[in-house]
Write a protein that binds this ligand. Structure first.
Ligand code: PEP
Ligand code: CO
Length: 452
């Protein structure tokens, strides 16, 4: 990739117009946090980002499939051994289902180790407390303010950006330990299938597949083949690049290439609310070398997408740019075809990925934000159908999920109802698929992939 121009300073970026930024009350405290962050070592190595770009180039060419998943919003309290392991485990299980059932290489990308900042539709939140309305700044993720509905907790605190760094470092360290230290060994394929999943229908289906994999491994061993890939997996990290202070402070010049990388994650994406062509997020991400994504919702036109590609990937390098479409189950068949068709006709090199979550959120009568499992599946099915009709490659899925037994999305094999949502609703932002629902999704997507 040729040289890109240097990174503008933070003030210049802000002046360009940055949507969805916290209003910090104390500018000196912001400077102090940014100075701290700039002194910290990178969380990822730029060479790892390049490897991911290569893998996403394979996705762009139709030779691999991307599995990207994790919480809508990570929380500092959520950085526990159990929580990180369970999230990793469901991703490993989904990846093995997709790889085995569809015989396609799967690129594994966690939505973790940095996913702490949230865009919001409203700057404020109003609740009725003791009969009177109280309005406070909206919760923007642990990166910005606290979830508790008190004025003290909701004031944006830049020290939290330093906490994001440390929480991301702990998460990534544990993920690296698990994925290279034996936990992700294919011989563990049965061991991942424990607890509440085991007794479910999808758990039995998984167990049957794991038996087949076991036999294949035994055979391979018997003939003397024992490649490294059986013992470790490569798992990359990603998050939405939202708070400019954090992403800017973590952007460094790589000593190998003299080029800037955002070393807070392997992959970063621009959200649906911050993809303005002239805005600060597009500006900053246009300068870095990481593989990047852009969310494209129902209002995106093909011209928008082509213009974004020209800004963000002027050399049209395969693997550099991923479009993550989130149209909603009801609209995907209408909105996706003209988008894909025109973008492809323009010769844009891009990996197409489906986010079947963010176009399918609704409020249950009980007040919980939820999603129907059937809508999630319908949007992925629509995404596959559109790509099949156009002869393009459905490159992957982007899922909000957790390794826990939560009750946040309705439906699935366990037939969770709206009346079940209160049982274990733990997300501080959007509803996630639980582990059983995530595995069910993986089997259904594997079938779609086999037919693709
Ligand atoms: C998200 O991924 O959590 C999100 C806010 O998505 P979008 O930008 O597509 O709305
Ligand atoms: Co979300």
């Amino acid at each position: 990739m040729p040289d890109r121009s240097p990174i503008p300073d933070l003030a210049t970026l802000h002046a360009q117009g940055a949507a969805q930024q916290p209003s910090y009350p104390d500018a000196a405290a912001v400077d102090a946090a940014v100075t701290r962050l700039r002194s910290f070592p990178p969380l990822v190595f730029a060479g790892e980002c390049d490897r991911l770009t290569d893998k996403l180039a394979a996705v762009t060419r139709g030779e691999a499939f991307l599995l990207q998943g994790g919480d809508c919003a990570e929380t500092f309290d959520g950085v526990t051994a159990d929580n990180v392991r369970n999230k990793l485990r469901v991703l490993l299980q989904m990846a093995v289902v997709l790889t085995y059932a569809a015989s396609v290489p799967v690129v594994k990308l966690g939505r973790f180790a940095g996913q702490y900042a949230k865009p919001r539709s409203n700057d404020n939140e109003t609740r009725v407390i003791d009969g009177r309305e109280v309005t406070l700044p909206a919760y923007r993720g642990d990166a910005v303010n606290g979830f508790d509905f008190t004025s003290a907790s909701r004031i944006p605190d830049p020290q939290r950006l330093v906490d994001v760094y440390h929480s991301s470092a702990s998460t990534l360290n544990l993920v690296r330990a698990f994925t290279t230290g034996g936990y992700a060994d294919l011989r563990q394929v049965h061991a991942w299938n424990t607890d509440f999943v085991q007794g479910s229908a999808v758990g039995s289906r998984y167990e049957a597949m794991a038996n087949e994999i076991d036999r294949a491994l035994t055979f391979m061993q018997a003939i003397g083949a024992d490649p490294d890939e059986f013992h470790r997996v490569e798992m990359h990290s990603s998050h939405e690049a939202l708070v400019l202070e954090y992403e800017h402070a973590m952007t460094r010049i790589d000593s190998r290439t003299d080029l800037p990388y955002d070393v807070s994650s392997h992959f970063v994406w621009i959200g649906e609310r911050t993809r303005q062509l002239d805005g600060a997020h597009v500006e900053l991400l246009s300068r870095i070398q990481n593989p990047i994504g852009v969310k494209l919702g129902p209002t995106s036109t093909a011209d928008d997408a082509i213009a974004l590609a020209a800004r963000l990937n002027p050399d049209n390098t395969p693997g550099r740019l991923t479009f993550i479409t989130r149209m909603g189950a009801g609209q995907v068949l209408d909105l996706l075809p003209p988008l894909v068709e025109k973008v492809e006709a323009a010769g844009v090199q891009v990996a197409w990925v489906s986010d079947p979550m963010h176009g399918n959120t609704y409020e249950a009568s009980s007040g919980y934000k939820t999603r129907r499992f059937d809508d999630v599946i319908a949007e992925v099915q629509g995404f596959f159908d559109v790509h099949r009709a156009l002869g393009t490659w459905p490159g992957g899925i982007h899922i909000e999920l957790t390794g826990e037994d939560v009750t946040e999305c309705v439906g699935g094999g366990e037939e969770l109802l709206e009346s079940d949502l209160a049982d274990r609703y733990e997300s501080v932002c959007d509803p996630r698929l639980n582990r059983v629902q995530s595995l069910e999704l993986a089997f259904l997507v594997a079938e779609m992939l086999r037919k693709a």
